[in-house]
Design a protein around this ligand. Structure first.
Ligand SMILES: NC(=O)c1ccc[n+]([C@@H]2O[C@H](COP(=O)([O-])OP(=O)(O)OC[C@H]3O[C@@H](n4cnc5c(N)ncnc54)[C@H](OP(=O)(O)O)[C@@H]3O)[C@@H](O)[C@H]2O)c1
Length: 367
């Protein structure tokens, strides 16, 4: 009998390990109560952490071990391609600021960098990574017939063959878009890049591809969850990376009561910033977020470390274990189909950046 009970216990433990997410939620529930009761941190912003303060004090309390997802374990794409879960985006990072931002991201444990030919900082990124740890580096090229040459040029600027090259958008006539994709497949065969991805493609564009990409990059956040595209990616073995389109900054100035309430509750429970909660949501959804921050002032430098830590583990910048099932549900409920450029205006997006109220690359129909 004792053997049978022991055996059942072992089986239960094994089941909890296999469904790691549920197991962690079970262990977290008790702890969440402690955190909520014990946490006197009001809403934490990245600025609160600069120089300490009440929020920092709250953040240094003891914590429970947690692992709803092992954020250190890479996501696996088609063909066994390993993609580190928490990346770092380089959109709008000036070449002269790239070295500092990348050094901080590396120090924070980031091993996935997201660039693009259009960002103008590939050479600086390559230089910043030289001699450092092995990283997963992705870049993007325009959807044109010159895509193969563009990959070669990107590799030259970086100083190495990128691990992934995305077609940057579907915004080109169908024939051109498909020619670009075919050329990226050729480039991969010739060793000019490790894998091929697509960015901003809707289900219709994805369905046209001769073979599925290894990575699908989407504007994706609780406010705009791209469920159809994400489901297509999962079904086809592609890793989804989240291009936030400045949702991290938008979380601070967007006025929905529901969003503020849901985010604030998570912030309190985890002594975390809103940006961190958004990063963590993506990680627990099984996506690879690509938060970005510049490194010009102390708050921004700290944001790089905080954003990375939210995806990785409990520590100085994230407390209380993973987001619980209830917290995830509350964040999931924020879906508002807030398409590109509709939120994070503090990062420079204006009405002129989009071609009209219905503008959204995933719904683009050519011809
Ligand atoms: N494929 C595409 O077409 C596409 C489109 C958009 C983005 N992307 C990729 O996705 C990455 C992320 O997108 P993104 O750069 O637009 O958006 P993001 O990471 O959501 O936002 C960056 C903005 O949020 C602010 N921010 C970052 N961390 C913060 C924190 N902890 N607290 C408060 N504010 C914070 C930054 O401010 P500071 O600058 O002041 O630090 C910046 O204004 C890009 O860098 C790029 O690699 C791809």
């Amino acid at each position: 009998m004792a053997n049978k009970i022991g055996c059942n216990l072992m089986l239960a433990l094994l089941a909890l390990l296999v469904v790691g997410c549920d197991a962690a939620i079970v262990t977290r529930r008790g702890f969440a109560l402690l955190v909520v009761v014990g946490c006197d941190a009001a809403i934490v912003t990245r600025r609160d952490f600069v120089g300490g303060g009440a929020a920092a004090a709250a953040a240094s309390r003891p914590t429970a071990a947690s692992a709803a997802v092992d954020a250190r374990a890479p996501l696996l794409a088609r063909g066994g391609l390993a993609v580190p879960r928490v990346g770092f985006g380089l959109y709008k990072t000036k070449p002269e600021e790239t070295a500092a931002a990348v050094a901080l991201a590396l120090e924070a444990g980031v091993r996935h960098f997201d660039a693009a030919a259009a960002y103008g900082n590939e050479a600086a990124l390559g230089e910043a990574l030289r001699g450092g740890p092995k990283c997963f580096v992705a870049t993007k090229v325009a959807p044109s017939r010159g895509a193969r040459d563009a990959v070669k040029a990107a590799a030259d600027r970086l100083g190495f063959a990128p691990d992934c090259v995305y077609v940057h958008s579907p915004l080109a006539p169908r024939a051109e878009r498909l020619a670009a994709y075919e050329q990226l497949l050729d480039a991969r065969r010739d060793g000019l890049c490790g894998a091929v991805g697509v960015a901003n493609f809707g289900v219709r564009h994805l369905g046209e591809l001769p073979e599925p990409p290894a990575l699908v990059q989407l504007e994706l956040s609780p406010y705009n969850q791209r469920r159809a595209e994400a489901a297509w990616a999962t079904k086809n073995g592609a890793v989804v990376t989240c291009a936030a389109w400045s949702k991290l900054s938008g979380a601070y100035n967007w006025g929905s009561d529901a969003a503020f309430k849901a985010l604030n509750a998570c912030c309190k429970a985890h002594a975390a910033t809103k940006a961190q909660v958004l990063v963590r949501w993506a990680v627990q959804r099984g996506f690879a977020p690509l938060p970005r921050s510049t490194a010009a002032d102390a708050a921004q430098r700290l944001a790089i470390a905080q954003n990375a830590a939210a995806g990785v583990e409990d520590g100085d910048f994230w407390r209380g274990g993973p987001l619980s099932r209830a917290e995830m549900k509350a964040l999931d409920a924020l879906e508002d189909h807030l398409a590109s450029g509709k939120l994070g205006r503090t990062d420079g997006w204006t009405a002129d950046d989009v071609a009209g109220p219905g503008w959204d690359p995933t719904t683009y129909v050519d011809g």
